[in-house]
Ligand binder design. Structure first.
Ligand code: PXP
Length: 265
């Protein structure tokens, strides 16, 4: 079974927000992503609205030729917007105002949060919106998700991607957001291997329970080949690396390049 690709187009809005005029227009991304053969548009409506805003969400849902996966935090105001605008899928993610990007998966161990999440999931399911939870790739986190009425889990691949970048790029000589960059190479190699085993184990646990498994965060044209070795993943959600490449190649080509790597698995 082929692995689907969701293209996260938030970064187009990041560029737009740099000037706060409607250029580039986020709507112009929809057609090239579809033409390239991707399966889903992914967007993240953040509480701080640093890129996508509710008007974008409404326009994207209305005009997208592909199903829309809307990522959001468990925030009452945002939940109301999501409920009204009715995307095809909602992915609940944790949010922290100061983060550069989503840093980890949802913490399902706190009962108050768990109950609020359960209520929000029920409301989405009543509207026939598919629900996914963005969680760390651990068996414990998957077990937490099992008690909730969700269709999907999305495994956070950021830790894997950071380790891969520490071992395989010249990150040290650039401005970066990775804290553990001075770790010894042999230790990094071990940690990288473990991160992939964790992703496989979490996937197995989810599949055994009948959950569909997506993965995303920090995936790019180099490291994706390692993630593709995981058995059981149905979808990848990728943003930064595709939009970065599109600056040079155009968006359709950048998406197609990623799809070719996925299909070459
Ligand atoms: N999946 C989720 C849940 C995310 O929050 C993000 C980042 O917004 C992505 C996938 C895509 O991550 P990246 O932009 O690093 O490819």
């Amino acid at each position: 079974m082929s692995i689907k690709l969701g293209v996260n187009i938030d970064h187009i809005a990041v560029l737009r927000e740099a000037r706060q005029i409607n250029d580039p227009s986020i709507i112009d991304a929809l057609s090239p992503v579809k033409l390239a053969g991707a399966d889903q548009i992914t967007i993240h409506l953040r509480e701080d609205r640093r890129h996508i805003n509710e008007e974008d969400v409404a326009n994207i849902i209305q005009n997208s030729p592909l199903p829309v996966n809307l990522e959001c935090a468990l925030n009452e105001e945002i939940l109301g917007i999501v409920y009204d605008l009715h995307p095809n899928k909602v992915t609940f993610v944790p949010e922290n105002r100061k983060e550069v990007t989503t840093e980890g998966g949802l913490d399902l161990s706190k009962s108050e949060f768990y109950l609020r999440l359960d209520t929000a999931i029920m409301a989405m399911k009543e509207k026939d919106i598919e629900v996914s939870l963005f969680i760390d790739p651990t068996v414990e986190a998957v077990r937490g998700a099992k008690g909730l009425n969700v269709d999907w889990i999305e495994l956070h691949t950021g830790h894997f991607a950071n380790l891969y970048a520490m071992l395989n790029t010249n990150l040290k000589r650039t401005k970066h957001s990775i804290k553990e960059l001075n770790t010894q190479r042999t230790l990094l190699e071990k940690q990288l291997k473990k991160s992939l085993t964790d992703i496989q184990n979490a996937t197995n646990e989810a599949k055994d329970f009948g959950l569909k498994v997506a993965a995303g965060h920090g995936l790019n044209y180099q490291n994706v080949k390692e993630i593709l070795k995981t058995e059981g993943i149905s979808e990848l959600d990728i943003g930064q690396s595709i939009i970065a490449r599109s600056v040079f190649t155009g968006l359709e080509r950048a998406v197609r390049d990623m799809i070719n790597l996925i299909n070459a698995k």
